[in-house]
Design a protein around this ligand. Structure first.
Ligand code: S0N
Length: 270
């Protein structure tokens, strides 16, 4: 059942996305239903800004990414603005700035849930793949189209996809460009749960609330560890950054800083 009393408060106004907050959950909604929530460079830079705010705000504990309407989560890059070298923004510069958002989602130190409410296609499919969890409505359709429409994502869109569904399935998804329904996606481990569309919001709020009962720092460390195992030096850098953050919380690290400011030798305790 949909909780009609749930009031989402706008966090910031944008042109192409909605950015709302409810009870520790930030929700980013791609709001271009007339093009099945395809993204332009502006959509992506707005998403990037919103994800940055989610990273910084302590009251945001879980982030949900979804699409407006009941037909699409996201249909990938907006073909109307695809030019030579990327998607062309209002400034005339071609970009693939969605790659930055993929990295932001993966390195956000909080769980990100994709709430897939329809088509998740092309670059839109990759967006759900890089989220930590995916909850899909029963009308959801998944697939890559790149080799059919003059594009491909050989980064997370391929390598991380293969870690999620296995090498054979990932190659099938990319080499045949088929579409898969929600049950097929569930069967191949591409999504965590499928619910009727009318129950999608209740479901992702329940999952977010369940995670918010748990230690935020423990979840953060698990996420960074899972990423580090896959991401080589960049993954180790993030894990090491969190290790440094934890070290800063110790008396030993505090003493080092104090000693410098007091112009004396630090007194390390062994
Ligand atoms: C989503 C589909 C299957 C929905 O079909 P349906 O319901 O029959 O609707 P349509 O009548 O086809 O569409 C409704 C209106 O929406 C427009 N539209 C749909 N998708 C797009 C889009 N991607 N760009 C622009 N407009 C779109 C339709 O044109 C239609 O408009 P009107 O009513 O005016 O005719 C179906 O729409 C579909 O197949 N869409 C295309 C999906 C697709 O191929 N997407 C891939 C786009 N390319 C990428 O994402 C590139 C990936 C990329 O950028 C990348 C590259 C390297 C590294 C990373 C990435 C990355 O993005 O991750």
């Amino acid at each position: 059942m949909k909780d009609m009393n749930r009031e989402w408060k706008t966090l910031k106004e944008y042109e192409d996305i909605l950015f709302e907050f409810y009870n520790g959950i930030a929700r980013i909604t791609i709001n271009r239903p007339q093009v099945r929530n395809a993204f332009t460079p502006r959509t992506v830079s707005e998403m990037s800004d919103a994800f940055y705010i989610c990273r910084e705000r302590r009251d945001v504990r879980v982030v949900v990414l979804t699409g407006a309407g009941d037909k699409a989560f996201c249909s990938g890059g907006d073909m109307h603005v695809k030019g030579h070298g990327g998607y062309v923004g209002d400034d005339g510069v071609p970009r693939l700035n969605v790659l930055e958002v993929q990295k932001q989602i993966r390195s956000l130190p909080k769980p990100v849930i994709a709430a897939v409410n329809g088509f998740a296609i092309g670059g839109g499919h990759v967006l759900h793949v890089v989220c930590d969890l995916t909850i899909a409505s029963d009308n959801a359709i998944f697939g890559q189209t790149g080799p059919r429409v003059g594009s491909f994502d050989a980064g997370f869109g391929s390598s991380y996809l293969a870690r999620v569904v296995g090498q054979k399935k990932a190659r099938e998804i990319w080499f045949l460009c088929r579409k898969y329904n929600a049950q097929e996606a569930l069967d191949m481990g591409l999504v965590n749960k499928v619910v009727p569309l009318a129950e999608l919001e209740d479901e992702y709020v329940a999952w977010a609330e369940e995670m918010m009962q748990l230690s935020p720092l423990a979840l953060r460390m698990i996420k960074v560890g899972l990423n580090a195992e896959l991401d080589g030096q960049a993954g180790i850098q993030e894990l090491a950054g969190d290790a440094t953050m934890l070290y800063y919380m110790t008396d030993e690290a505090q003493e080092g800083g104090r000693a410098f400011l007091e112009k004396r030798k630090p007194k390390w305790r062994f």
